[in-house]
Design a protein around this ligand. Structure first.
Ligand SMILES: Nc1ncnc2c1ncn2[C@@H]1O[C@H](COP(=O)(O)OP(=O)(O)OP(=O)(O)O)[C@@H](O)[C@H]1O
Length: 272
């Protein structure tokens, strides 16, 4: 395996946010099982952006979900700041991970409740986790909307009245509400029009830099990963076949699968 990354695994585990150790996930299927992940290890440190690329079915989503406490590994361990996620009770697992690791999904139209107002969407995680007083939550919603480039007045608008780009900004504001250490984004721009994809990618980049946020970015779109991630994991049929610093992998891929994946991708134009 080509491993150009000095800090994705094996190095000082105490400093990692996530430390995924030899995780295997099997799904039961009729007459047997599907091995979605095979002995996968990785570490994510504060502020680090890791991209996971691979074709459909390669195990990207299973990896991110197992890190978020949603799919228990068949073998191996997921540690968050040194604590084994699946050794915690389900309530502490929820409390720790929902405060520390926030998700942004592919399609905000299906992940956000269309009947809620934009403000309620952002306020919800604060209310559920009991963060701040009512007044503090209200003020924070306005700040969060503005931090993702949405006018604070949008707080009263229903979700269904917002555009795709506005919705993904809203999803990011919701994710930021709990002041997480890491954002886990699964195909965050693939449901958006091409014209707004670049804006949303730029926003992710700015917010990450401003808040020193770590990012786990799952995408089949290798251009998106190149733009946002410092390190890349290349997955094929549940295996990590290559990993390393993004530019190194993109300029000099070693594995045939990575070469094919990169060769198939068109160029992405993002204004800096
Ligand atoms: N709930 C499930 N039950 C059974 N098999 C599953 C389940 N979820 C995923 N799989 C299988 O596990 C493998 C990995 O799937 P996964 O969704 O993690 O891949 P992916 O790379 O995220 O794909 P995509 O880009 O299409 O979302 C695939 O073979 C898939 O069919």
């Amino acid at each position: 395996m080509h491993d150009a990354s000095p800090d994705t695994s094996r190095t000082d585990p105490a400093a990692a946010l996530f430390d995924v150790r030899n995780v295997t996930v099997d799904y039961a299927s009729r007459g047997g099982y599907t091995r979605a992940l095979r002995d996968v290890s990785l570490q994510i440190r504060p502020g680090q952006a890791i991209g996971v690329i691979g074709e459909s079915g390669s195990g990207k989503t299973t990896l991110s979900r197992s890190m978020l406490g949603l799919i228990e590994p068949t073998r191996g361990h997921v540690l968050y700041r040194g604590r084994d996620v699946y050794a915690m009770g389900s309530i502490s697992r929820f409390r720790v991970l929902s405060r520390e690791a926030a998700m942004v999904f592919q399609d905000p139209r299906s992940s956000l409740n269309p009947r809620l107002s934009a403000g309620a969407v952002v306020r919800d995680p604060l209310t559920v986790l009991g963060i701040g007083t009512r007044q503090q939550r209200k003020a924070k919603v306005g700040e969060l909307l503005e931090s993702v480039g949405l006018a604070a007045e949008l707080a009263t608008r229903p979700v269904r009245a917002l555009s795709g780009g506005q919705l993904q900004r809203l999803a990011l504001a919701r994710a930021l509400a709990v002041e997480p250490s890491i954002i886990v984004a699964d195909e965050p721009t693939s449901a958006l029009d091409v014209s707004v994809q670049a804006q949303v990618l730029n926003l992710f980049q700015q917010i990450r830099a401003r808040r020193h946020l770590a990012l786990l970015l799952v995408s089949h779109d290798v251009r998106v990963v190149r733009f946002l991630a410092d390190h890349v994991l290349v997955m094929c049929d549940g295996d990590v076949v290559e990993r390393g610093a993004t530019e190194q992998i993109y300029r000099d891929p070693h594995h045939d699968y990575t070469k094919a994946l990169l060769a198939a991708a068109p160029r992405l134009r993002v204004q800096a």
